[in-house]
Unconditional design. Structure first.
Lengths: 293, 359
């Protein structure tokens, strides 16, 4: 029974990783860049909810929506100011800019909110549910997180397959030059991708801080890195890959903490990643690209 | 004068790099001797040397081999801890300070190089961002493992534990080497600014000579076109591994220098985590990828900026972030490039010349 509750916790943490990883994967697939600042957008989203619930006393739903809107605007602004001028620049230059943006967001948060840990109030207020005669206790946050993840993945898959914008995104990720020739506005597609990714980051931030209620300016950076690992794990650029990678990573982390060593949990997560990449160099669901001369 | 003219372009370039380091050293050393330096700056000299060595060695992987590595701090960590353990064990046996320290540095370099080699075998099969993420993972694993283990030694041999010091079961004469998250304490403080600069020059000699050798050209040909290099018979794996291992070994040297400057060595995210790896990468990219002199200048300037901005207090890291973003945009944005070309001094002079010729 212990195992079952660890498994459920793992899936829940994995769902958060998966939501963050979706943002990473979409941006990577379409703009071909590693958005290192993605983790810090999560942190911004969490602070928005924290402020709007605690200081402005807005209802929970409104504050979550507000957080999503703020993050979308932030994502679009970051993309427009910092990444758009670097479309033709080498990958490393864009990576360094993303790192700069990440430092920037962290330090702005540090200036506004200080370095002390804020205790985040969970956005879902309900008693935990018990199963199997009180042996398995599942918090409502866990259920909401898993449900949110499923809804997001389904909605995103539908959007990518059936909407005009989604298909434009697929086209740009396949071959942006050809997409442009077919009349797709590549710049606008990339902006929309950033908007969606940042919106997802806001949701992930709220869920993450509801489950682990300590909020600091650096809250986003480790989950950001882990989600990046999850995206690579599942095959970067693939939506189902991000889901599978995220959930597997969450389960491995919680199981590692519970059964092996709580201090070595991160090492185990990264170790598994290395093994997977050695066996399958493009991740679990990644496309094998034939190299041409 | 004739001699300078007859020198090849690379020799001249390298001579400038060496001269720059030596002149900077002479200036700073005079300042130290005459006491014209603040204690803050004095404490910063050895870390500065560490960062310069790290930046130069990472440039070998990123600039010359052309692979993105985000785990350089991991190799530094290996070098720091192995050299530190060596110094602790031999502090009574080898009493000559410089001899013990040089052996410690060599051991640190060998251990880090060995790790680089072992990690390189599987990792270098991957490409681009996948390689980056695996090196990042490696760096985090090293930091994490060192934070979790306890190591002690006594007559019976080496003891390991994952719990605490008492569970090591050491005899009374035993010595605790690594105390989990509290790291290593009591490393002799052997690092000095002079040794740091000597190590920088050794690093420069290794890298600059490698770049201009047959091996270096083979490595660069892999960077420029892997398939073409393979087709003319260059052993890709061998040269990639070689470059990666040398780069790791030099990071180990930097680690040894770093470790022997501190009385307590702990594997914090701040000094051995991915943040550190990224900081070194920032030095390399801002200094110019593949440009060794640029790496040195960037490492020095970017370490000094936050320190000089100390009066700005909370705003200094913000300024640092803005400097990073603005530099990258100013270097690569097509619009700004165009502006720069239109208003550049060179262009202006050429136009004047042209105007004169027409008249």
């Amino acid at each position: 029974m212990e195992f079952l509750s660890y498994l459920i916790n793992g899936i829940s943490l994995g769902s958060v990783f998966a939501i963050i990883a979706l943002g990473y994967t979409m941006v990577y697939g379409i703009a071909k860049m590693l958005n290192f600042a993605h983790g810090d957008v999560i942190m911004v989203g969490s602070y928005v909810v924290f402020v709007s619930v605690n200081s402005m006393e807005l209802p929970t739903v409104v504050s979550v929506l507000l957080s999503i809107v703020v993050c979308i605007v932030l994502g679009v602004v970051i993309e427009g100011i910092a990444y758009k001028p670097l479309r033709q620049a080498p990958k490393l230059a864009v990576l360094i800019t993303a790192i700069g943006v990440s430092y920037f967001l962290q330090n702005v948060a540090l200036l506004i909110f200080g370095a002390d840990t804020k205790s985040f109030q969970s956005v879902v207020k309900a008693d935990p549910i018990t199963f199997a005669g009180g042996q398995v206790v599942v918090s409502v946050e866990t259920i909401v997180t898993i449900a949110a993840c499923i809804i997001i993945v389904l909605a995103l898959s539908y959007f990518m397959k059936h909407s005009k914008m989604g298909r434009a995104m697929l086209a740009v990720s396949e071959d942006s030059g050809a997409a442009q020739l077919m009349g797709i506005n590549v710049n606008r597609t990339i902006t929309v991708t950033f908007a969606i990714g940042s919106g997802l980051a806001a949701i992930a931030g709220v869920l993450l801080c509801s489950a682990y209620p300590a909020l600091t300016p650096y809250t986003g950076s480790m989950p950001g890195i882990k989600a990046f690992v999850a995206a690579v794990f599942g095959g970067i650029g693939s939506i189902p890959g991000a889901l599978i990678g995220g959930i597997l990573l969450g389960i491995i982390e919680i199981m590692g903490k519970a059964y092996i060593s709580s201090q070595l949990a991160d090492a185990i997560v990264f170790g598994v990643l290395i093994v997977v990449l050695i066996v399958k160099p493009t991740g679990l669901l990644g496309k094998q690209i034939q190299e041409k001369v | 004068m004739n001699m300078i003219k007859s020198m090849s372009k690379t020799t001249k370039n390298n001579a400038i790099t060496y001269a720059m380091v030596i002149i900077a050293f002479a200036v700073v050393q005079t300042m130290v001797m005459t006491g014209n330096i603040t204690s803050l700056m004095n404490g910063l000299l050895v870390p500065l040397c560490t960062y310069v060595i790290l930046a130069i060695s990472l440039n070998l992987t990123v600039g010359i081999l052309g692979e993105l590595s985000l785990g350089h701090a991991g190799f530094m960590c290996v070098g720091a801890f192995s050299s530190s353990i060596f110094s602790q064990l031999t502090v009574d046996v080898i009493t000559t300070g410089w001899m013990r320290f040089s052996l410690a540095i060599i051991l640190g370099a060998i251990m880090a190089g060995l790790f680089g080699f072992l990690v390189g075998i599987p990792v270098l099969r991957l490409k681009g961002d996948y390689l980056a993420i695996v090196t990042l993972a490696f760096g985090e694993i090293v930091k994490n493992v060192i934070n979790a283990i306890y190591v002690g030694i006594d007559e019976a041999g080496v003891h390991f534990s994952l719990q605490d010091v008492t569970s090591l079961g050491l005899s009374e004469t035993g010595l605790v080497l690594i105390k989990g998250p509290r790291g290593i304490t009591g490393t002799p403080k052997d690092s000095t600014f002079v040794i740091g600069v000597i190590l920088i020059i050794i690093t420069l000699i290794v890298i600059l000579n490698l770049m201009n050798s047959r091996t270096g050209r083979a490595i660069m040909s892999i960077r420029d076109n892997r398939i073409a290099a393979e087709s003319v018979g260059i052993n890709i794996t061998k040269y990639k591994l070689l470059a990666f291992a040398i780069s790791a070994a030099l990071a180990g040297v930097a680690g040894a220098l770093y470790a022997h400057n501190l009385s307590t060595l702990t594997a914090l995210p701040k000094n051995f985590g991915y943040n550190m790896s990224i900081m070194i990468l920032v030095f390399v990219v801002l200094g110019g990828i593949g440009n060794i002199r640029g790496s040195i200048i960037a490492a020095v300037v970017l370490t000094l900026i936050p320190e000089l901005l100390r009066s700005l207090n909370d705003y200094r890291m913000l300024m640092y972030a803005i400097v990073l973003i603005v530099t990258m945009i100013c270097t690569w944005s097509p619009k700004i490039k165009e502006l720069r070309e239109r208003y550049s001094l060179q262009n202006w002079i050429q136009k004047k010349k042209h105007a004169k010729e027409v008249v």
